[in-house]
Design a protein. Sequence first.
Lengths: 255, 114
Amino acid sequence: MCDSCGCSQPENSVTITRPGQAMSGQGSAGHHHLHQSHRAQGRVVEVQEAVLGKNDGIAAHNRKFFKERRIVALNLVSSPGSGKTTILERTIRELREEIPITVIEGDQQTMLDAERIDATGVPVVQVNTGAGCHLDADMVHQALHQMEPAENSLLFIENVGNLVCPAMFDLGEAAKVVIISVTEGEDKPLKYPAMFDAASLCLINKTDLLPHVDFDVARCREYALRVNHHLEFFEISAKTGEGMPAWLDWLRSQI
Amino acid sequence: MHEMSLAISIVELVSEKAQAAGAQKVTAIELEVGRFSGLMAEALVFCFEAAARNTPAEGAELVIYEIDGLGNCLGCGHSFAVDSLLSQCPKCGGYAVETVQGKELKLVSLTVDE
């Protein structure tokens, strides 16, 4: 019960639970207050618009641009260290003779990833978000003004390494590709379901390390499918090249 | 923390709507936040105070309506309340569940001072 006005206020959406206890606090629908009064005096202006409407509008603009030029834009999302940049380096080296490729790199700081991509010889721009935890549609729009992606090409957008926030922001991409590496634990889809829900494709990377880690690939797939039954999977090692041909064929089929 | 960028988006949208309504000051903002929208209400409230400073939304009351999750089982067609994206159909046990409600993140209305 809310102290301010007696309305039913939900429990905090953060729950703190000991192992063995039932999870509590994911209460029923209700509302939160910033100040005391339940309804301030004055004239009510109805809006009924999405909070991310501006982002979604720019994302739609990006998507239209991609469609007109038949550019397949893929938004690569994962935790930091899953191997996104290494996957890109290998993918570019294998495909650059067949398909024009451009890359937008997202990180809070540094040009390090853009320099790695630059070394492969394809056009790349780096977006540094500063304190930001994700790329948004406007950042991608601005990055596109710095480069001229060719028609019938692939555009990879490497998002900020973060398995939470980038799930919320549409960039105008054709698909989100979530990457999980076998050093991370197969329960990631259960712990961070929103990202697996938002993705269309899942790359399970670093499979060359499977003999050395306790990672159950079948269980990981099962968990991810519980969140999102549409997910497609590729098991790859960007280091050894194992499993890469199927991923490359999938990319070819998108053009 | 994406709540800060969401707070800024809300303040921008609210300021724009207040201006269009010919109002100088916003006293209340109603939001619908789905359980799976990815937004944490407590963090938003915290960020909103900072984001609203020196805007028409400064000091406005944030009223956040949480929207519960609703899922449709693709296996058997059963419709039921879901509390996570991992929900299992209580009728057939399947996991192929389409979340049809709970991802909302919407500015419903504002109250402005005359």
